[in-house]
Design a protein around this ligand. Structure first.
Ligand code: TTP
Length: 642
């Protein structure tokens, strides 16, 4: 659903940079003898020469299109060079292209806030760079302006008969232009320089759109390709949108666009101008109605996010026609391949970028043999992500089983799987070092609240069963419970030689203790890990399956006096709603953590640099005497001085 965001104060200049026939360029850089030849990249497939996924501009001249198969492309362009996408684990391996995309991102990001939008496109917020140029070296003061900038397409610029480059030079150097257009002129020069730099350093060409917001910049970058740039002046917006088919606008390609066409008779984005905002809101809701009213006027407040790395990692494979998977063992085989790749990629991300993924999602495209027309879709399923190939494989398999049960229904019809994918999402940074551990665990909690809460796992992902409620309520319960313990760090008692227990007392903490805010969050991590693990299990169990109450409390036992809390856990499992749980937990005051009961495999799932520290922390007997309070994070978990 589109999200309406009010336009920010002040002028902005945003560029959308899109690589030209990207995979083809990557292949041509690898094999320079392909340069200048009609070339396409095909996805490995024995059927009719495989499907084309990228088509070079030389091949496009012959009418070769991405929708074609290799054999069809050869018919229209007999000399076409068909390059197979690299294959690993029986499926396309896009690592080469991903890394090539990163090379470009690292060049572009030097000039402004940069958002990597896909494998080959980025948004850049050039407002600061353009303002700086305007104040220090405005275009009219420049001795030379790169030809690349002079070749810009300026929408709405009338031809004055002096040749287009001269025309553009005049536009770039106008001193009577308003501030907004002057910023655009500066940005056009900056983008041209960046594109030259990308070309020189990577050998790749790209195209760009330059405008006052992301939406217009994206539209513009596709208008003149390859290796060109297009500028959208404010005065040209109305004409640009007047004839733009609704389906071409981002977010209008699906149901919303179809509804605009069929219900309101809107064909072009500009047709929306005739509808008052109230009418659009009445029909599509306040948010979407406001968004539609604004985009009709070229207004969009969407910010360029600062993101150089992908938002998620996904591995998928299609099994078209007769290749559809029809047995659990074949699904398992492919899930294992996909999960192996996913695991490798999230591990690389963790090692290289210190980022950790929190959610694993399985999507499948499925059909039933005896069903005519559109039946129930295979539901996508998610669960908290556990690191390690075997664990991801195990969880993905359980997600699949759960989805399949919902899909086939009680009749146990024969089924086929036409596509499978696994995705790791909700990727958060983890700062390294001791001080960062608490932040990391905080993150885990935040994640727990949002992703394990109803927001993160929506009902598309979870069938409405008691397990859903549990997923929504348990982490809320834990976090509610633990917030106070973070603020009021506790005494830790060694209750016996064999059985070390953390007793976290949140009653009447002193201000001094309150200063240690958040560091106790390491405990929350274990709770979250516990609940995470349970969530996986819960998600797979049927609604009527017994709920693992005692297990889930194995290392986070309630104080025996806390009958109320114990009851709550049970209520929770009995589907009580989260509000009730939250309210009542406010009264709960004490916790015990039994170190012996911590599952060591939980530690294995932590980032390496943190593992070491946590292991040290768990070796209490040796270190209790050795470490002084106040030296590091372990201080908070050692027995208090009597
Ligand atoms: P696009 O940017 O959509 O296209 P492109 O870069 O090939 O060509 P253009 O110059 O028109 O922008 O996609 C980027 C790459 O993503 C593309 O080179 C191959 C890959 N891709 C697929 O694998 N499958 C697809 O369906 C699409 C659209 C792209």
């Amino acid at each position: 659903m589109p999200i309406h965001r009010p336009a920010p104060q002040g002028s902005r200049v945003i560029a959308h940079v899109d690589m030209d026939c990207f995979y083809v360029q990557v292949e041509q850089r690898k094999k320079p003898e392909l340069r200048g030849l009609p070339t396409a990249v095909v996805q490995y497939n024995a059927w009719k020469g495989g499907g084309l996924i990228a088509v070079g501009y030389e091949a496009r001249k012959f009418g070769v299109k991405r929708s074609m198969r290799g054999d069809e492309a050869k018919e229209v362009c007999p000399d076409i060079q068909l390059i197979q996408v690299p294959v690993a684990r029986g499926k396309a391996d896009l690592k080469l292209y991903r890394e090539a995309g990163s090379e470009v991102v690292s060049i572009l990001s030097a000039k402004g806030r940069c958002e990597r939008a896909s494998i080959d496109e980025v948004y850049l917020d050039l407002t600061d760079a353009a303002e700086l140029m305007l104040s220090e070296a405005p275009p009219e003061t420049l001795e030379t302006i790169e030809k690349e900038a002079l070749k810009s397409h300026i929408l709405g610029l009338a031809d004055d008969g002096k040749g287009s480059e001269e025309n553009v030079r005049r536009w770039l150097c106008r001193d009577d232009a308003d501030h907004e257009d002057k910023l655009l002129a500066c940005a056009a020069i900056i983008v041209a320089q960046l594109r030259i730099q990308v070309m020189e350093e990577t050998q790749f060409t790209c195209s760009a759109g330059i405008a006052h917001n992301k939406m217009l910049a994206k539209l513009a970058s596709a208008m003149h390709k390859p290796a060109q740039q297009t500028v959208v002046q404010t005065s040209a917006v109305k004409d640009l949108l007047a004839s733009l088919p609704v389906k071409k606008m981002k977010q209008l390609g699906g149901k919303l666009g179809s509804s605009l066409q069929s219900d309101l008779g809107v064909k072009a984005v500009g047709d929306l101008l005739q509808f008052p905002v109230e009418k659009l809101q009445e029909r599509y809701g306040t948010n979407t109605g406001s968004w539609l009213w604004n985009i009709a006027r070229g207004i969009s407040g969407e910010e360029v996010e600062s993101r150089l790395l992908p938002k998620s990692h996904g591995c998928g494979k299609t099994f078209p026609g007769p290749q559809a998977l029809k047995s659990i063992s074949s699904v398992e085989h492919w899930l294992n391949q996909l999960c192996e790749e996913l695991s490798e990629r999230i591990q690389d991300d963790l090692d290289q970028n210190k980022r950790i993924a929190h959610t694993l999602t399985l999507h499948a495209g499925a059909f039933k043999y005896n069903e005519k027309g559109l039946g129930r879709k295979f539901p996508s399923k998610s669960c908290p992500l556990r690191y390690g190939t075997a664990k991801i494989q195990e969880d993905a398999k359980k997600l699949f089983d759960s989805g399949l049960r919902d899909f086939v229904g009680p009749h146990n019809d024969r089924w086929g799987i036409a596509s499978l994918s696994v995705t790791a999402s909700k990727i958060l940074d983890i700062p390294s070092g001791t001080s960062s551990i608490s932040s990391f665990f905080q993150d885990k909690d935040c994640h727990s609240l949002s992703s394990s809460g109803c927001d993160g796992f929506n009902n598309d992902h979870f069938p409405p069963s008691p397990s859903v409620n549990k997923i929504c309520t348990r982490p809320v319960y834990h976090v509610q419970q633990l917030r106070p313990s973070c603020e009021e760090i506790c005494d830790v008692h060694e209750t016996s030689q064999q059985n070390k227990t953390f007793n976290i007392d949140v009653r009447g903490a002193s201000p001094r203790k309150r200063k240690r805010k958040e560091l106790g969050s390491i405990l929350r991590y274990f709770q979250v890990s516990d609940s995470s693990t349970k969530q996986v299990v819960d998600e797979f169990t049927q609604a009527d399956a017994p709920l693992p109450t005692s297990d889930s409390e194995s290392y986070m036992e309630p104080d025996p006096s806390e009958h109320q809390r114990s009851n709550l856990v049970r209520n929770d499992n009995n589907d009580e709603n989260s509000t009730h749980v939250n309210e009542t937990t406010q009264t709960s005051t004490a916790w015990h953590l039994n170190v012996e009961d911590v599952d060591p495999s939980v530690i294995d799932e932590l980032p390496l640099e943190i593992q070491r520290e946590v292991r040290g922390w768990l070796c209490l007997p040796k270190r209790v005497q050795a470490t002084k309070r106040g030296s590091d994070i372990t201080q908070y978990f050692f027995p208090a001085k009597k």
